[in-house]
Design a protein around this ligand. Structure first.
Ligand SMILES: *Cc1c(COP(=O)(O)O)cnc(C)c1O
Length: 236
């Protein structure tokens, strides 16, 4: 069995190769280690390997981890991203504990997060979740809905819009993966014209990282390849 440290090195190697292939700088793409369902010991191992950005999907579990690591020697380097669906009654916990939220798809959620973000903390950095597969059952807004939601969020004081996130349908071939990601990247470029702080595209997972990076991803979200398979039935 390979260690978390080795896995991280391997994923970073894949990111570097993908950036070289499309002529981008290796440090223009950040690795977000998705640690949902994994114990704090696994995160500890990742931190020891120099990984500081973590993504969590479940509010209470994520909050427990943020609290656990709030006394860690490297706590100031850690960056916590909430990437799962947010129910209204959980926005306060997210606003009080996380640095980033990738999964904004409603004005109401954004407004609650801004209202509940403690002013003693830096503004919450947020991304709009786009549903690139146009599946009614999935969370996320359409690309056409992005400008209106962006305009609302830009007026909110305690959250800062940084870009877009998407979880596309698993597409098997590179070309369709790339086309979906490129549409998102084009929309981001449009947003940048109005909002100068926008710079982030959270897209690309294990199976579609290369296409996402070629299209302009700045954050790839990787879980299993770092921490191993998840066991939802028997949470550690
Ligand atoms: C779980 C999850 C990931 C990571 O998935 P893996 O297949 O474990 O790499 C990435 N993004 C989101 C939004 C997730 O929920």
């Amino acid at each position: 069995m390979t260690s978390i440290k080795q896995n991280i090195a391997e994923v970073i190697n894949q990111i570097t190769l993908a950036t070289e292939k499309c002529g981008r700088a290796a440090d223009s793409v950040q690795l977000l280690a998705v640690s949902k369902t994994k114990p704090v010991e696994a995160i500890e191992e990742a931190i020891a390997a120099g990984q500081y950005a973590f993504g969590e999907n479940y509010v209470q579990e994520g909050v427990d981890k943020v609290n656990h690591f709030s006394s860690h020697p490297e706590k100031n380097l850690l960056v916590w991203h909430f990437i799962g669906p947010i129910q209204s009654n959980k926005t306060r916990l997210v606003a009080e504990h996380f640095d980033w939220v990738h999964s904004i798809d409603r004005i109401k959620t954004a407004k609650r997060l801004s209202d509940q973000r403690p002013t003693s903390m830096a503004p919450l950095q947020v991304l709009l979740q786009v549903n690139s597969s146009a599946e009614a059952t999935k969370s996320g807004i359409t690309l056409a809905e992005v400008p209106a939601l962006a305009a609302e969020i830009a007026a909110m004081p305690n959250i800062e819009l940084r870009g877009l996130m998407s979880i596309p349908q698993p597409a098997t071939d590179y070309d369709s993966q790339f086309a979906t990601f490129k549409a998102l990247a084009d929309t981001l470029e449009q947003l940048k014209l109005t909002y100068p702080n926008i710079d982030t595209l959270s897209m690309g997972m294990s199976g579609d990282m290369e296409a996402a990076i070629a299209a302009g991803s700045t954050i790839v979200r990787i879980g299993t390849a770092i921490f191993g398979a998840r066991d939802y039935g028997n949470k550690e």
